[in-house]
Design a protein around this ligand. Structure first.
Ligand code: GCO
Length: 255
């Protein structure tokens, strides 16, 4: 039974994994046996995160690159080709938040959010899927969505558009890649205790809203996303495609 969730011998790339949800997912996949590749924009924070996992005995390496830069992503995959590192699992986690009403939002800020939260998932998964298809050994794509993949929240319009796109891009990936035994799915986190959400956590009214809006009556923890990520990264989900699994305390399930 444990083989179902065993990731031994597989390599997982987690984008935006120097901290927060990405780091928690990388650690969880490593604990399930995967070799993990951490990513972020800064070499120093990526190296620190790799050291944290290596100190725990996990097989971790890192590469700092901008996931919105197609040539940098292609270069990273070319290096892994040279190193004989087959990326079997991709977690498209990299994301930023920018809170401003749409009528005040600069196009440049809109574009930055769309590029980081949506376009990067296309850029990275394209490079990975090309190799998975060529190898003929299948693969796993796990895109990180959001409650805003389903519902809008005022002042996060670009993020909402990107995360809605993540849900549909996941389905598009399934349409094209499932026949190559690549399962593309998504995780939709609820409100999670992360640095990105610090301004919200510290806002008493917002904190009260989060607690009153989901039946679990609390914020989620990054590590509470790990089980779903291991499931979607493992043989246990070999016939699951195009799904988004909400890990949100029940928020979207109740009125
Ligand atoms: C916000 C938050 C949300 C959460 C998460 C909810 O400003 O509303 O940043 O976007 O991070 O995406 O699922």
């Amino acid at each position: 039974m444990t083989q179902l969730f065993d990731l031994s011998g597989r390599t997982a790339l987690v984008t935006g994994s120097a901290r927060g949800i990405g780091f928690a997912l990388a650690e969880g996949l490593a604990a399930a046996g995967a070799n993990v590749i951490l990513n972020g924009t800064r070499a120093d924070t990526v190296a620190e995160a790799v050291a944290r996992l290596s100190d725990k005995g996990f097989n971790a390496q890192g590469r700092a690159f901008d996931v919105t830069d197609e040539s940098a992503v292609a270069e990273a995959f070319a290096q892994w080709d040279k190193d004989g590192v087959p990326v079997d699992i991709v977690v498209n986690n990299a994301g930023i938040q920018f809170r401003k009403p749409l009528v005040e939002l600069e196009l440049s800020d809109w574009q930055r959010v769309i590029d980081t939260n949506l376009t990067s998932a296309f850029i990275v998964a394209k490079q990975a899927a090309r190799r998975m298809i060529a190898r003929g050994t299948g693969g796993k794509i796990i895109n990180i969505g959001s409650l805003t993949s389903e519902a809008g929240r005022a002042t996060v319009g670009a993020y909402t558009a990107a995360k809605g796109g993540i849900k549909m891009l996941t389905r598009a990936m399934s349409a094209e890649w499932a026949a190559s035994d690549i399962q593309a799915n998504a995780i939709g986190p609820g409100y999670i205790l992360t640095d990105m959400n610090k301004p919200l956590i510290e806002n008493a009214a917002f904190d009260a809203w989060v607690k009153s809006s989901n039946p679990s009556q609390r914020w989620g923890k990054p590590e509470e996303l790990v089980g779903t990520a291991v499931y979607l990264a493992s043989p246990a989900s070999s016939y699951v495609n195009g799904q988004i699994i909400y890990v949100d305390g029940g928020w979207l399930a109740v009125l």
